[in-house]
Ligand binder design. Sequence first.
Ligand SMILES: Cc1ncc(COP(=O)(O)O)c(C=O)c1O
Length: 350
Amino acid sequence: MNQIKRKVVELHEYAVPQDPRRVKLNQNESPFDIPAALKEEVFARLRQVGWNRYPSGQAHALAERIAGYTGFPVAGVLAGNGSNEMIQTLIYSTCDSGDRILVVEPGFSVYRRVASVMNIDVVTVPLKEDFGFDTDAIIDQGKGAKLIILATPNNPTGTVLRVDDIADIANQINGLVAIDEAYYEFCRETAQGFIERFENLIVIRTFSKSLRLAGIRLGYVLGREDVVRELAKARLPFSLSIFQQTAGEVLLENPEFLEAGVREILRERDRVFEGLAKIRDISPVPSLANFLLFQCRCITGRDLYQKLYQAGVVLRRFDHPRLESSLRVTIGTAQENDIFLEKLREAMEE
Ligand SMILES: Cc1ncc(COP(=O)(O)O)c(C=O)c1O
């Protein structure tokens, strides 16, 4: 296929099983939908606006609500079509072909995917033995990078980069330092407070996890006004539909119910961690996100994944060499977690 770039042809399809008949614990979504009354409110508002007109390009009303939710000035908020779009926009607006970005591994695969299609070099800093961040190596190797993207808590390990270390990195590096806080509400640590101090620091967040809107596709960036203004110019115009904007506005006008869901996930995370730790040959990694990575000693991740899949439970497995004997489980409802633990025990006893 001569017309398509080699870098694209070489990519694996980004395909994740989405079979609703199974206990689906593979995409770090919320197990809880939003209340029906809020969906009705979204529909009611959508009935009143013309679908023949383009949406607000700046998504100003939504940005106002995000500013209220985060306590960050609205001029420093940029909302987008999932944080994936924000990640793409960041790479697109900081790097030319041949430039370098730095990521950690194992880490979120989308950073590398986007960079490789754009012919951007990706430098990877391995996480330490316990999956902690190697801040010295990040600073050392990040010096020539145009962009450094670090997820904290990190996906798929759930480990965190402490805010003091983030400040050290932003202080010692010239490139843009993007902190991906997709799982912020489960850990409550944020680099947002440093944005004023370090002009090269930005934060990326999503509505897909604790805010329960993975299907709607909404994410946002918090950054200095001048940085955000440039990012806004680089992305496609009108990437957020009226449907997305309205759903985000309605949710953030009614956020009271969200906290109980987060508390429930945190309780369940502790319970699943303990359940995993009691199973012979399984070692969970402590996590501050809504998922747990666990290592299995006597079976490959691929084989255990298959066994659980046959038993009706879908987890996430990885091709990364350090994760060949690991799987990641998203924390679901108490009932889903019980089924997962029971099926895992059975699979390990076979
Ligand atoms: C670290 C991290 N960043 C970004 C995303 C993508 O989020 P969104 O649904 O907003 O594109 C994910 C989703 O799994 C993630 O784990």
